[in-house]
Ligand binder design. Structure first.
Ligand SMILES: C[S@@+](CC[C@H](N)C(=O)[O-])C[C@H]1O[C@@H](n2cnc3c(N)ncnc32)[C@H](O)[C@@H]1O
Length: 265
């Protein structure tokens, strides 16, 4: 069983896209880690599955880059509604990652961004096992098909502890380390589910001097961690950011770091 979602994504959906999105580079890296090959110039491929697609910000790039069908699922009606507005008749599905409504061997790759922390450990291992099923891992073993895999964009505990957010929100790291599975655990779970070659790559987006835009993102609680801080901490942190911006003219380094965890069937 997953923890009942503490974040109401139907509500979050209303403002999610104002402050969250991906440039092409990150979704392409995730796609290449999942499929195990360069995507550009690829000849027609089988379907790819995106889990926890939210408002479809990554789905959009998958549709543009992947030379095959893209199926994306999410549990939140509100998030999917926004995705539908942007992506028209793309194959979007309302379902939980805990019950994958797909036939065995249907997909060539599976991936997702920033949703694994919403799934509790036992359910994650079941999900990974299910992913091997929908990727057709048992057929691969008999050498019938080409290699397939999974890739998930997440944050390591080291990255969380070094996040610029900790400068203004003292419990930020504790909140996120408690809900994000760390890399060793994900690796163990992927191997326990039968995947091989579990590995990870760090990705980043350097922003040496944050400004008013970052303050606006924080005010809009652009990451769900900001909804989970103890009473008063959010307001105190925002006030501190405002003072810093007024005094220094910038917020210092707000570079973004994340990790792609990937494995093969
Ligand atoms: C932080 S958002 C990330 C959305 C998108 N991947 C992105 O990067 O913009 C997390 C998403 O995971 C979805 N989610 C959480 N638990 C889920 C579950 N059990 N099954 C499917 N989706 C889930 C939420 O509805 C939400 O849209």
């Amino acid at each position: 069983m997953s923890v009942p979602p503490r974040i109401d994504y139907d509500r979050v959906a209303r403002h999610y896209d104002s402050h969250r999105g991906w440039e092409a580079e990150i979704p392409l890296r995730v796609l290449e880690c999942a499929s195990g090959r360069p995507v550009r110039g690829l000849t027609p491929a089988g379907p790819v599955l995106e889990l926890g697609c939210g408002t479809g910000n990554m789905t959009r790039w998958l549709l543009e880059s992947w030379p095959g069908p893209v199926v994306a699922l999410d549990l939140s009606r509100g998030m999917l509604g926004r995705a539908r507005e942007k992506l028209g008749d793309a194959r979007l599905l309302r379902a939980s990652v805990e019950r994958l409504p797909f036939q065995s061997g249907q997909f060539e790759a599976a991936l997702g961004a920033f949703f694994l922390h919403h799934v509790e450990a036992p359910a994650r291992v079941r999900l990974f096992t299910e992913l091997r099923r929908v990727l057709g891992a048992s057929l691969l073993k008999r050498g019938r098909r080409k290699p397939k895999g999974v890739a998930f964009l997440t944050a390591s505990h080291e990255q969380i502890r070094k996040s610029y957010m900790t400068r203004w929100f003292p419990t930020f790291a504790a909140v996120d380390c408690a809900r994000f599975p760390d890399l060793d655990l994900l690796r163990e779970e992927l191997l326990a589910a039968g995947f091989s070659d579990a590995a990870h790559d760090e990705v980043s987006r350097p922003v040496p001097k944050g400004g008013a835009e970052m303050l606006e993102k924080v005010r809009a609680r652009f990451v769900s961690s900001l909804e989970l801080l103890p009473p008063g901490e959010f307001e105190a942190g925002v006030a501190q950011m405002e003072r810093q911006l007024a005094t220094d003219g910038h917020l210092g380094d707000v570079s973004w770091y994340a990790t792609i965890v990937h494995a093969r069937c």
